[in-house]
Design a protein around this ligand. Structure first.
Ligand SMILES: [Zn+2]
Length: 342
């Protein structure tokens, strides 16, 4: 793959790293150099942009088949993680997305959500058959994790949704967490209903797939901040309106962030009216939860721009550290060192 360099009057290479007159060099799908333009040799092919250069976005919670991969990529999201879809469909798509010719983002996938017999999302209207995999007993739970790992899962999703049927039982939940730990992949939970976040914490679940939208105590939040990452998915609680759910979620997330908890951008794309690509309103909610704009950019990206990071870049028409609405004006998208638009 050929070399490409991008020069910009201002670049944000990662949290706290703002560089005026910067150059970023992509080589073979990876970053080979980045920093002040005077210090870095340009590639034979160079794009000069009049805007703000930064790493591309990553969406850690999508259902990609319910959206448009082409529009996702053109909207500045070069990597997504699919958190519940039938195994026979999503893993083939994820494999195809590894190739540079794939017209969409890189797709990582959890495959189906592990749930109790009759549990969420087996009866959910958005979920085709196979989006939930029912497990009954620890042996079935371990088998399911092993099969998903062999199929290429990069995370295991568990359904702890007590408001929409039976939640995964304790025995199964512990077996899933143990098997995932052996496979060295994280467990992410849909935790909904009283006490379910506490169960996830007790079992050692590393991530919540949504910011919880019932109020959690300071004690629970403090423990969660030490042990867990939360995927934001704030706008699906609101779609821009003031709702009790968004208020509770912002209150939880503010305390989680204040306590040092790690937050990642995710939209639950495919679930309701979330537009493809970087969703500015999700970023504005993160700011409302107390993140600085620098924190928000940190939550959005897959990786800072460092040597050997994926050569995934975007350029914006203005500086998002001043106004996050800069994400409404994406001028350039580069995935794996390849220019997608602009
Ligand atoms: Zn979802």
């Amino acid at each position: 793959m050929s070399q490409l360099s991008v020069r910009a009057p201002l670049a944000w290479l990662g949290p706290g790293r703002l560089v005026p007159d910067a150059r970023v060099v992509c080589d073979g799908g990876l970053i080979s150099a980045a920093g002040p333009a005077v210090e870095i040799k340009r590639a034979e092919r160079e794009i000069e942009i009049d805007g703000f250069l930064m790493p591309a976005g990553a969406d850690r919670h999508v259902h990609i088949e319910r959206s448009d991969p082409v529009a996702v990529l053109r909207g500045g999201v070069t990597a997504v993680r699919d958190l519940a879809w039938p195994a026979d469909r999503i893993f083939n798509l994820a494999d195809a997305s590894e190739l540079v010719t794939f017209n969409g983002p890189l797709i990582r996938a959890a495959g189906p959500m592990l749930t109790a017999p009759g549990g969420y999302p087996t009866l959910a209207s958005w979920a085709p058959p196979g989006t939930g995999r029912e497990v009954d007993g620890p042996d079935e739970a371990v088998d399911a994790v092993r099969e998903l790992v062999a199929a290429g899962a990069t995370a295991i999703k568990v359904s702890l949704n007590a408001d929409a049927g039976p939640a995964l039982g304790d025995v199964e939940l512990m077996a899933v967490c143990d098997a995932a730990a052996i496979a060295e992949i994280p467990v992410t939970a849909h935790a909904e209903g009283a006490g379910q976040v506490e169960r996830a914490l007790g079992a050692g679940v590393q991530e919540l797939a949504h910011t919880p939208w019932i109020r959690l105590s300071d004690d629970v939040i403090g423990t969660a901040a030490q042990r867990m990452r939360w995927v934001s998915t704030l706008d699906i609680l609101s779609f821009g309106r003031d709702t009790p759910q968004i208020r509770a979620a912002l209150d939880n997330l503010r305390r989680f962030h204040d306590a040092g908890g790690s937050v990642s951008y995710g939209t639950d794309l495919g679930n309701g009216a979330i537009p493809p690509g970087i969703h500015t309103r999700e970023l504005l909610w993160l700011r409302d939860a107390g993140l600085t704009n620098d924190d928000v950019l940190g939550a959005l990206i897959r990786s800072p721009i460092v040597r050997d990071a994926p050569a995934d870049l975007i350029a914006l028409g203005s500086n998002p550290l001043e106004e996050l609405t800069a994400f409404d004006d994406i001028r350039l998208v580069v995935r794996s060192g390849r220019v997608i638009s602009g």
